[in-house]
Ligand binder design. Structure first.
Ligand code: GDP
Ligand code: IMO
Ligand code: MG
Length: 425
């Protein structure tokens, strides 16, 4: 039985949360493997809705085992708040486990992210993600979940790091911070005590599950174009978001992974700064934003909107080795006279289908478009399409084009935020 990965194929917010919830019924374990509470994954069943930031999107299934993997960075306040929200809504989280190797977002990380982001144009979520992964790579200035469980060790560690961070904040902002060592140690230790029953040596738990042929769904955050190595650097997040990172972020080896679901929004969105070749800064872009409700789940910022970009998608399908395509928000494209899909870039007068690594080149791209006929499909027609597993024309042509270009099967088509508004092929 499969170990599957779900990744976003664009710049995030492709609808990963909805698809994880939809598929979760067939899996025993749901595992988050990267990012932190910069992610916002929306799941909606009936009139119940959650915007999850850290807990895997399987909360409607209390019996499933949910794991926050070592690749995730954890903000203690966000995690406790989220656990409380989910449990208060009546969904038990007794099956939520946390890797002892996951790194902790500390108060100085958030402060530094805010200060640094005000000096550049990345437009981060200001959740402290970049500074935390920075310390993870630095090794000597990081705190992991396992460090929270021994008060003596925690004290030594915080006291070693805090002076350095205070000096850094002073240099960056010109101001003294009121970070208090005793307060920080107390609250981190208290957090550790609250979660200690959930803390596990996750690779053993997960590889035992693999051995027992359990079904495991590895849930990615962000999107491939935000990957620290392969994305539109430096306008990216600070972790790897490609399917390969599902392995390093969970401890399940690549040889055990059988399926890679690549989630594609039927058009493109992006939050924050950075090049976006098919961006529409006109009334069509605004129409997409309004119809698609394109406002951030985490920060509430309006998302930038544009046409589908096949150059970018071919690049991300290649990076992820996508086996199963999932197209979401196809309903949002209802009622446009015509739709455009970018099929090549023109850079300095030359045509290319290669996604450039240099952001100045990407920013100078003139997109070359193929035009598709628009459609109007009513809710009843979508229900009928779901029964017959046959997409009405000319929407079918749009979907077929994506499938052909990306050389992978379309496994799921989503035509609304609800779990039931989905055609599974
Ligand atoms: P994620 O970060 O990839 O999980 O995506 P987000 O939750 O940030 O954003 C996707 C938004 O689109 C959420 O509000 C979802 O409820 C919604 N959504 C997901 N699939 C569909 C769909 O097929 N149609 C429509 N109209 N909304 C959808
Ligand atoms: P989900 O999982 C969309 C973007 C931020 C910013 C850049 C760096 O919901 O798809 P960071 O705070 O990570 O240092 O910000 O990355 N970003 C996302 N955009 N969806 C996300 O997650 C994102 N997580 C980070 O807007 O441009
Ligand atoms: Mg999101």
């Amino acid at each position: 039985m499969p170990v599957s990965v779900i990744v976003g194929m664009q710049w995030g917010d492709e609808g990963k949360g909805k698809i994880v919830d939809l598929l979760a019924s067939a899996y025993d374990y749901i595992v988050r493997f990267n990012g932190g509470d910069n992610a916002g994954h929306t799941i909606k069943v009936g009139d119940k809705k959650f915007g999850l930031h850290l807990i895997p999107s399987g909360v409607f299934y209390p019996e499933k085992i949910k794991v926050i993997g070592n690749g995730v960075v954890i903000n203690p306040d966000s995690l406790l708040k989220e656990i409380n929200e989910v449990e208060s809504a009546g969904f038990s989280l007794s099956n939520l486990f946390i890797s002892d190797r996951a790194h902790v977002i500390l108060s100085w990380h958030k402060l530094l992210d805010g200060i640094e982001d005000s000096k550049n144009e990345i437009g981060t979520t200001k959740r402290g993600i970049g500074p935390t992964y920075c310390d993870k790579a630095a090794r000597t200035t990081a705190i992991r979940i396992v460090d929270l469980l021994d008060r003596q060790k925690l004290e030594t560690r915080v006291n070693k790091i805090l002076g350095l961070k205070k000096s850094l904040i002073k240099i960056y902002s010109g101001q003294d911070s009121d970070l208090n060592s005793a307060q920080i140690i107390n609250s981190l230790f208290e957090f550790g005590q609250k979660i200690k029953q959930r803390v596990v040596n996750a690779p053993y738990l997960l590889n035992q599950a693999v051995k027992e042929k359990k079904n495991i769904l590895l849930e990615g955050a962000q999107g491939t174009l935000l990957d620290i190595d392969h994305g539109t650097y430096p306008y990216v997040t600070s972790s790897n978001t490609v399917s390969g990172s599902a392995s390093s972020g969970s401890g399940i080896p690549p040889t055990k992974i059988n399926k890679i679901f690549g989630i594609i929004k039927a058009y493109t969105t992006r939050v924050g700064g950075g090049p976006f070749p098919t961006e529409l800064s006109d009334e069509i872009g605004e129409k997409l934003r309004q119809k698609g409700g394109e406002f951030g789940t985490t920060t509430g910022r309006p998302r930038r909107c544009g046409w589908l970009d096949m150059v970018a998608l071919k690049y991300t399908a290649m990076l992820n080795g996508t086996t199963d395509l999932v197209i979401t928000k196809i309903d949002v494209l209802n009622g446009f006279d015509q739709l455009k899909v970018c099929v090549a870039y023109e850079i300095d007068g030359k045509k290319t289908t290669e996604f450039p690594s240099d952001i100045d080149s990407l920013a100078s791209v003139k997109p070359i478009y193929k035009t598709f006929k628009g459609w109007i499909i009513t809710n009843d027609e979508w229900e009928e399409a779901k029964q017959n597993k046959k997409i009405p024309e000319p929407c079918q042509q749009y979907v077929n084009f994506i499938k052909r270009e990306l050389k992978a099967k379309v496994a799921i088509l989503s035509y609304g935020p609800g779990r039931e508004q989905t055609i599974i092929f």
